[in-house]
Design a protein around this ligand. Structure first.
Ligand SMILES: *[C@@H]1O[C@H](CO)[C@@H](O)[C@H](O)[C@H]1NC(C)=O
Ligand SMILES: *[C@@H]1O[C@H](CO)[C@@H](O)[C@H](O)[C@H]1NC(C)=O
Ligand SMILES: *[C@@H]1O[C@H](CO)[C@@H](O)[C@H](O)[C@H]1NC(C)=O
Ligand SMILES: *[C@@H]1O[C@H](CO)[C@@H](O)[C@H](O)[C@H]1NC(C)=O
Length: 303
């Protein structure tokens, strides 16, 4: 019981200390320390940063991997609404950041960052400097408030991108054209109605292996200008598709292995011929089964 009481006392007092430093704009430096809770990652809790926080006297640990907050464990002590340029300058040597579920609304990206997990926040974008050379390879922004992906423009080194569970409606895939290392792209659980490919003749993504577009509102998939030569898994389930062009599937995704089609508005005779062509190409059809419908082909509902 004593240990428990002590561990609850420390956060409360340091929280007071932070507030005191901010309001008094004291000149004494504020050093944040890693908790010993996690092995390789430096976890920092008990910290509040808003747009009004003066961080000029703050020091963060010089550590390559920092997690702010204790996600997935509950943590009411860590609130970071904004990573401003000033804060980012205090973290320039940090390569991997986790900042999940801390009420984040704005994040200023820095060049050394390789992996960023800002899932479960209120972000509508990342702040990027068009002249910077970003090294970001892994970006997890699931469960945020994204309505646009324009901020991805300069992120040429991306490999894994998770934008699932956001508010995206229309997106232009051309913005991904420079991201030649992109291997996984997760866009499920958005409200995507249209995907365009606005510039260039063809969009080549030569490393893309997984594309997740399930649980959106697509009624047409225009893949005619996509060249995803190593795409293996394509998730199209739970959209509003009535047909797909097998010609496009073959040309755009020549290595396709697994296709998810269930939960769409398939027209039965189209689906029938699509399914038999997919069998000929040895593409595996996967569905989550148990859809209650009157007509189905290989357990995929159609009408
Ligand atoms: C971090 O550690 C230093 C040295 O032990 C200490 O002076 C400082 O108060 C600690 N900071 C926090 C936020 O606990
Ligand atoms: C986020 O944090 C709040 C408050 O600490 C908690 O109630 C909620 O369950 C957390 N959400 C996730 C997805 O972890
Ligand atoms: C699907 O096509 C096959 C021939 O390829 C045909 O025998 C079968 O009746 C068709 N099924 C439906 C539901 O149209
Ligand atoms: C399937 O739909 C029929 C008719 O709409 C209904 O009577 C039946 O209970 C449904 N079955 C399930 C498992 O939902």
């Amino acid at each position: 019981m004593d240990g428990h009481t002590t561990s609850r006392m420390i956060p409360a007092s340091s929280l007071f200390w932070i507030v005191a430093v901010v309001t008094a704009t004291s000149a004494s430096p504020m050093q944040f320390n890693c908790s010993t809770a996690r092995q390789k990652v430096c976890e920092i809790t008990n910290i509040i940063i808003t747009e009004y926080t003066d961080v000029s006297e703050w020091e963060f640990p010089d550590h390559p991997d920092i997690a702010f907050g204790s996600h997935p464990l509950p943590d009411d002590s860590t609130i970071i609404t904004m990573i401003t340029k000033d804060v980012s300058e205090k973290l320039t040597n940090t390569q991997n950041i986790e900042m999940q579920n801390v009420s984040l609304m704005s994040f200023f990206l820095w060049e050394h960052l390789i992996s960023l997990d800002v899932s479960y926040n209120y972000l509508s974008e990342l702040i990027v400097d068009p002249s910077a050379m970003y090294n970001l390879k892994s970006l997890n922004m699931k469960h945020n408030r994204l309505q646009s992906i324009d901020f991805l423009k300069g992120l040429y080194k991306l490999r894994d991108l998770d934008l699932s569970n956001n508010y995206l409606e229309t997106i232009d895939f051309s913005i991904l054209d420079p991201a030649k290392d992109l291997a996984t792209l997760k866009l499920f659980n958005n409200r995507i109605r249209t995907i365009t490919t606005s510039f260039g003749d063809m969009l080549h993504l030569p490393r893309l292996t997984v594309l997740m577009l399930n649980h959106n509102q697509l009624s047409i998939l225009d893949a005619s200008r996509w060249q995803f030569n190593v795409l293996q898994d394509l998730f199209l389930s739970n959209n509003r598709l009535s047909y797909i062009s097998m010609c496009e599937i073959q040309n755009s995704f020549p290595r396709l292995q697994t296709l998810y089609l269930d939960g769409n508005h398939w027209e039965c005779s189209n689906l029938n011929s699509t399914v038999s062509q997919l069998h000929e190409l040895n593409v595996k059809l996967v569905n989550h089964g148990s859809h209650n419908c009157t007509e189905a082909i290989e357990n995929i509902c159609c009408m």
